[in-house]
Design a protein around this ligand. Structure first.
Ligand code: ADP
Length: 310
């Protein structure tokens, strides 16, 4: 069964279309990533899915409930973690969880709080004031609060922004454990390593869903080619390459240069010119997810530019 199955969602604020004809689905138990530049409508889409916002157009089901008619039922079964840390900083971890347990009417609250503290490894810190926690522990508290009522779907809005790599990794291990137990997770992120930990990803830009699939499918579908150039003159080669037809991206990585394009013949010609002129060596590389997203971003910006000129 599909946990999320929505079609042609449109959400406008004033005359601005923030979510523009978005159709997407997420299978039960799947971790689905939501990526895209800032301001492209991820948070708004997430808020529509959890029943907080009503779409202007489109329809669909979340956990089998109608997106428009059953918003309250959806809210009860969804855990939504917002971007901002939103707890009482002068309450302890345990007190905050008690507060949330009572909001949801969980009974007996003591059992729910104890089990959740235990599940997320927070028991030994339960008496710490929330305001003094590091980013990683705040995130853990936020996750605890949104899974305590045992939701079937978790919607996480950039949950690991500003969290160190070790805490991020532990957070993602936790997400995988929850998914293995049957929870469906939709998570927005800007981190490529996190995108790669999702079963499937969705990329949205300026309100439009541009691509969905596994990381491999998304990379393959983009149809980009990558060459890696290495050598002392690679910076000079970079300068020249940016002016040549068929070259869409030139990015230095340490001592090497990643050159990306989508026209195989033009790209090959450009790369040969550069290798000959500057004596750099060249090999075919693998296109990364980041290359694909940068390309999408550049294309979308171009569209916007053309649009505003008209
Ligand atoms: P993202 O999560 O991808 O950064 P958002 O969904 O937060 O994108 O925002 C998309 C656009 O919608 C932004 O331009 C934002 O300013 C605008 N927006 C979001 N919420 C509102 C609102 N309640 N009223 C007006 N504009 C909004």
């Amino acid at each position: 069964m599909k946990a999320i199955d929505v079609q042609n969602l449109v959400k406008r604020f004033g005359d601005k279309t923030v979510v523009d004809d978005v159709t997407l689905s997420v299978e039960e138990g799947e971790i689905s990533g939501f990526l895209g530049p800032n301001g492209s409508g991820k948070t708004t889409t997430i808020r529509v899915m959890c029943g907080l916002l009503t779409p202007d157009e489109g329809n669909g089901k979340v956990l089998g409930y109608d997106l428009r008619a059953d918003q309250l039922k959806i809210k009860r079964q969804v855990g939504y973690m917002t971007q901002k840390f939103s707890f009482y900083t002068d309450l302890t971890i345990e007190e905050n969880l008690y507060f949330v347990a009572r909001l949801y009417g969980l009974s007996p609250a003591r059992d729910y709080v104890r089990d959740t503290l235990d599940k997320l490894g927070l028991t030994s810190r339960k008496n710490q004031l929330s305001g003094f926690l590091s980013g990683g522990w705040k995130q853990r508290l936020a996750l605890a609060a949104c899974i305590m009522h045992k939701p079937k779907l978790l919607l996480l809005d950039e949950p690991t922004a500003g969290v160190d790599p070790k805490a991020r990794r532990e957070f993602w291990d936790e997400i995988h454990t929850l998914a293995a137990d049957g929870m469906t997770v939709m998570v927005s992120t800007h981190y490529m390593d996190e995108a790669e930990r999702c079963h499937r990803i969705n990329y949205i830009s300026y309100g439009k869903l541009l691509t969905s699939g596994t990381v491999k499918e998304v990379v393959d579908e983009a149809g980009l080619l990558t060459y890696i150039l290495t050598g002392r003159n690679s910076q000079s080669a970079a300068k020249m390459l940016t002016t040549l037809e068929g070259v869409d991206q030139v990015t230095p990585f340490g001592n090497s240069l990643h050159v990306v394009g989508r026209n195989p013949d033009q790209l090959k010609k450009a790369v040969s010119e550069a290798t000959e002129k500057f004596g750099v060596s060249c090999e075919v590389g693998e296109t990364t997810l980041e290359d694909v997203f940068i390309q999408y971003m550049a294309d979308s910006t171009d569209n916007m530019a053309t649009h505003s000129e008209n």
